[in-house]
Design a protein around this ligand. Sequence first.
Ligand code: MN
Length: 751
Amino acid sequence: MNLTEEALLLENAEILRRYRGLLRAASKQISDPADKKKIRKAFNLALDAHKDMRRKSGEPYIFHPIAVARIVAEEIGLGTTAIIASVLHDTVEDTDLTLDDMERLFGKKVRNIIDGLTKIEGVFDFTESIQAENFKKIILTLSEDVRVILIKIADRLHNMRTLDHMRRDKQLKIASETMYLYAPLAHRLGLFNIKSELEDLALRYLEPDVYNEIEQKLQKSKEVRDRFITSFVGPIRRALSADNLRFDVKGRTKSIHSIWNKIKNKGVPFDEIYDIFAIRIILDVVPEKEKAEIWRTYSIITDIYQPKPDRLRDWISFPRANGYESLHTTVMSPTGKWVEVQIRSRRMDEVAEKGYAAHWKYKGENGETGLDEWLLKVRELLDNFREGEALELLDSFKLNLFNDEIYLFTPKGELRTLPAGSTALDFAYEIHSELGDHCLGAKVNNKLLPLSHKLASGDQVEIISSSRQRPHEDWLGFVVSGKAKTRIKSALKEEKRKVAEEGKEILKRKLRRLKINYSDADAQKMLQHFGLDEPLDLFYQIGKGGIGSQQIRDFYKNEGVRSWYKYLSQKFSRNPEIKKRTAAGGKEILQKIKQEENQLLLGDNLDAVDYNLAPCCNPIPGDEVFGFVTVNEGIKIHKTNCPNAVSLLSNYAYRVIKAKWTGSQIPAFLVGIYITGFDEVGMVNRITKLISNQMKVNIRSLSFDSNDGIFEGRMTLFVEHTRHLDELLNKIKEVKGVLRVERITENSSNT
Ligand code: MN
């Protein structure tokens, strides 16, 4: 990019202006001049490292780290270390600077944060599985230093704010990730403002029409709303002032995303959403008097306006898990409109807007207990998952995110938070997974109740346990917390695996006594015989005694082979229509079969069902085929134009099943071809060269005969598909001297 001298000067001035903006935004956190110096050092380093880089918009790259650092300082409230790490967050990834440089210049903490950020960067991809894995990584990194995740969220927020310059497909990808991962994370960390902004920005790109429509409606109704708010708030202001309370009043409009959610989920049209805005009253009050003054305010307001009794939300006595504290009530305005009023202290408001960082500020350096508690919970959840189950983790994590919470007490009066709908068993698992495994029931408010009992906010719960108790399958039917579900599932799996291991040994022992060698193939047939899904189930049943010696003997004695047939015909002819098939004739039956749903997929290795290709017609992928259930040899695949087809179809219609080739990874098939033509010198060589070199087909056998200047050749070849074969036949036809080429079926080769 060529910039004139003047433009460069202007740009440098702009960079400095933005840097000063950052310092101003951070002035609350950094009073020490030494800290300011360090930030300056980081800024100079980043400025130099990124000096030749530009963003998609054409702006100098350094705008981005400065903006991220500013979000981190101003909107999240973090201090010097996080600001330095933010300013440098893209340097290790994108420039020549190394982690060692970071450590040397700014210390270990900054190094670790940038390391975490660099690792998270780039591995994001919007396929579900990868994302879940990454999510796990994020959480793991997060537990080392939570600032990594906070800076990452700030990074994402700035990228979302500047998404306009990206390509449409990138916009969609980034916006989806934001909606799916970052907004819930921000919510979980109590960054309410950032969460709302992320959601709104994401919606703007994901559903531009919806976004614009709601935005316009909000714009249009703004004046009316403002007038309403002023007249509604007037009496409250006067009454609170008369009571000598110090306060601020704000009218807050709901985010576009949450309005859209309401329209979508509740089916309410825009004009009928009564809580499009809320009135927020923020009290300036010393911490010791917070609660008393909030309730006093509540009482003053509800003296003026009638409250809706079921809409009181007390999050000052029971703060939410993400640290949110506030008292919400919904009252009736003189015009007959319900209005939500939120009452909170200045401190609560800051925590609600900025999240935990603000929380620490009020609690002092060592007051990170709430966050630690949360991290510990996520950690536990993670420990209970094995590799590959990350998606499930994400699900149960999200489950916990969006469910409403209930507040419960241990016998000692400790507060525990669980998703709404939790049972006594969930509570037991919440206390300890061992306690959950052995839970028999619970005393809820001193009353003995079963473990499936649904708890309500405020319940005091004492768990009754027994060392003999074990997790049961049906427990999964009534637990709701992710932790309990995960733990029960893995306990059940573990238990089943143990029993199955024994079961397999038992089976082998029993077979030895019957003088039969154990084979996996037999086990496979037994599955079908006993109507089970996988070997684990079979061994488990044997281990448990559900399948005994007699049944195993029976299987081998007379059912072994027959059951195979029975299974196949059941699997494919559950439809009574099929049984009614008459010997009306092959064509008609084929027509009927075509309409059936169940079908055998050929070439799909995952399908447990075995099949063979019938030697009478040698079908290959691409041929139109059907399956025929034989008594001794499983399923045979015939071409629909096989010479035997008519008789099979009309005499044994009930044994015919629909079959289809699947497209992928089909091994080569053996096919015969017949060629005839003028016998010229080098003819055989030309044809075989064409087949093996040009078409890359393997020849299995060939024979050429020559008689009176006419040759006849027969070959068997490995081809992959009829398309492949057709192509090959056409190529051979083009060879000079070739008169005829055709595929050999059993019949024609015999002539
Ligand atoms: Mn970045």
